[in-house]
Design a protein around this ligand. Structure first.
Ligand SMILES: [Zn+2]
Length: 102
């Protein structure tokens, strides 16, 4: 039997009692400068040829080409799933500064 634990709180998730929620995050560069044509077919083909040329040139390099693409996957328990959907990016909402007098 597969064993899962929550990636946020590390609590074990027992699939018979708990609901396991899977969060998938895809990070990739958005391409904004594609030439737009009414058909899109020819320009797209040209773009693909250019991409192949770039990729072939990159292939000569020993270093792997990193365009920032990431594919992340997390398992969350139900409590963490509720917190996640309220604040998916985990950014603080400005209340983390504690200006107490000391
Ligand atoms: Zn959790």
């Amino acid at each position: 039997m597969l064993h899962y634990s929550c990636d946020a709180c590390k609590r074990p998730i027992h699939s018979q009692n708990d609901v396991r929620h899977v969060v998938k995050i895809e990070v990739f560069p958005a391409v904004e400068d594609l030439p737009s044509s009414p058909t899109g077919l020819t320009d797209e083909a040209d773009h693909l040829d250019a991409m192949h040329e770039i990729l072939e040139r990159m292939g000569d390099d020993d270093l792997p080409f990193d365009d920032g693409t990431r594919s992340l996957r997390f398992d969350l328990c139900d409590a963490c799933r509720q917190r996640f959907v309220k604040n998916p990016l985990g950014f603080k909402t400005g209340k983390h500064f504690d200006f107490s007098n000391n």
